[in-house]
Design a binder for this molecule. Structure first.
Ligand code: UDX
Ligand code: UDX
Length: 425
């Protein structure tokens, strides 16, 4: 079902959602404060690296544009998606300032619009936020009533970085949390081309589905890492255990890859945010606290294993293959390579790193750490030992023979090393 759509916030969620809505036939106008992003989109160029995004943007240039001007974008649309970031605060909670500012701007514009308009929150916000914080702001600044003069829905995204366009177009489910029936019907029509289940629920339940999903995925990984730490003690390969466990349809093999743990901009942010939210509401999380604790120790297990073979790291050349939090992205947010490199620095090692995409970001974030940035993966192999922290395709064809390799991510080819140790296998 085609619509005129405004998307506020052209980050990896906003631009991917907007591009995919355009691909499905809607007219999309993205709004962003970052003029470079606006310019890039209007040239049909993706402002971020995401698989297929460039191709989609250039193929549907007639249906997707960008602007810094809220008013023209929202007045010319029937639905406005809010996709600005919700970064973590120091206490683990989320910074709602961007979302609140955007919703205030939308409210002010709705005041002068005399036709029905749907506001859809896609940004990840904690349970109760849309109902208790964003809805009152919209009503206050529009001087109108939700459900009567405008609609409010919450439609979370389940996009993985690097495959976000694929994930948008091939969802397992679509979650529509609505304040009112009219806005629910509008979104159901918008998503009517998809053949997956559509969950119709409340605003708060939709918010909780997003957090519960990410928290469960993080829990599943920390679970297999705990089992992996037991397996390592008894010389069992956790991947064989995961294969056996994962065949149970109630469990599933996905997200049972043990290793040095989860990073990225979402799992750490969302899991810590729900823990913080629980505490602020007088509930105490137990499982989630330990999920984070297991994840925090996992990278250091790789250094402990290294020290089994080279007890004194001072002055030793230690190679690190991979800086991005996962392959096919340049994103180093909460990358597991960070605590590993900080620990190696503490131990006085001479660190040599290589990552095909993430070295610039690493240099930018850690300008003061003494690291030798190599120009190739092969150069890293000229070390006393090599740690595998991200599995890029190009690491799969290196010659590890004669080397000491400590593997945090399961690189099969590295098993040919003179000495090979896996963190959980
Ligand atoms: C998304 C979701 O919005 C967030 O809730 C989820 O937790 C992670 O994924 P993301 O797309 O990664 O966030 O956000 P980001 O990459 O920071 O992009 C947000 C965009 O909004 C940026 O381009 C920023 O310039 C823009 N923005 C931010 C505005 O246009 N206006 C603002 O007031 C703030
Ligand atoms: C995640 C969720 O998958 C996605 O649904 C949500 O919308 C955003 O957060 P993302 O963070 O982009 O997506 O990456 P993902 O592929 O989930 O990996 C997250 C981290 O978990 C990575 O550091 C990865 O290395 C790690 N991981 C993943 C494991 O350690 N083991 C696994 O089995 C899977």
């Amino acid at each position: 079902m085609q619509k005129n759509i405004a998307v506020v916030g052209a980050g990896y969620v906003g631009i991917v959602s907007g591009a995919c809505f355009a691909k499905l036939g809607s007219n999309v106008i993205c709004v962003d404060v970052d003029e470079k992003k606006v310019e890039s989109i209007n040239k049909g160029k993706a402002p971020i690296y995401e698989l297929d995004l460039d191709e989609i943007l250039s193929s549907y240039r007639d249906r997707i544009h960008a602007t810094i001007d809220y008013k023209s974008a929202i007045e010319g649309s029937e639905i406005t998606f809010v996709c600005v970031g919700t970064p973590s605060l120091k206490d683990g909670g989320i910074d709602l300032s961007y979302v609140k500012q955007v919703v205030k701007n939308i409210g002010r514009i709705l005041k002068d619009i005399d036709k029905w308009h749907d506001v859809v929150i896609k940004s990840t916000v904690l349970p109760g936020t849309s109902q208790n914080i964003l809805l009152p702001i919209l009503e206050k600044y529009s001087e109108k009533k939700a459900g009567k003069d405008f609609g409010l829905s919450m439609n979370p995204e389940f996009l993985r970085e690097g495959t976000a366009a694929y994930d948008f177009l091939n969802p397992d489910r679509i979650v529509i949390g609505s304040f009112d029936n009219k806005s629910k019907e509008v979104l159901k029509k918008l998503y009517s081309d998809f053949d997956c289940p559509i969950i119709e629920t409340s605003l708060s339940a939709a918010e909780m589905i997003k957090y519960a999903s990410n928290c469960f995925l993080g829990t599943k990984i920390s679970f297999i890492n705990e089992i992996g730490n037991f397996c390592k003690e008894i010389g069992v390969d956790t991947y064989e255990v995961a294969d056996g466990v994962g065949l149970d349809k109630r469990i599933g093999r996905a997200f049972l890859n043990s290793g040095i743990g989860w990073g990225g901009s979402c799992f750490p942010k969302d899991i810590n945010a729900l823990i913080c939210w629980a505490k602020q509401n007088g509930y105490s999380s137990k499982i989630l606290d330990d999920v984070v604790k297991v994840n925090d120790i996992q990278p250091l297990k790789l250094v402990e294993l290294l020290k089994k073979h080279i007890p004194n790291l001072k002055g030793k050349k230690i190679g690190v293959l991979g800086l991005a939090f996962k392959p096919n992205t340049d994103d180093i947010r909460e990358s597991r390579a960070i605590p590993i490199i900080l620990k190696l620095t503490e131990e006085g090692a001479q660190i040599k790193v290589y990552d095909p995409k993430a070295m610039d970001n690493f240099k930018q974030q850690f300008p003061n750490i003494k690291i030798h940035y190599c120009s190739s993966a092969d150069e890293v192999l000229g070390s006393d030992a090599v740690l595998i922290t991200t599995i890029w395709d190009e690491f799969k064809n290196l010659d590890y023979s004669g080397k000491i390799v400590i593997d945090g991510r399961r690189l099969e080819k590295a098993k040919s090393a003179k000495i090979y140790e896996g963190v959980c296998w």
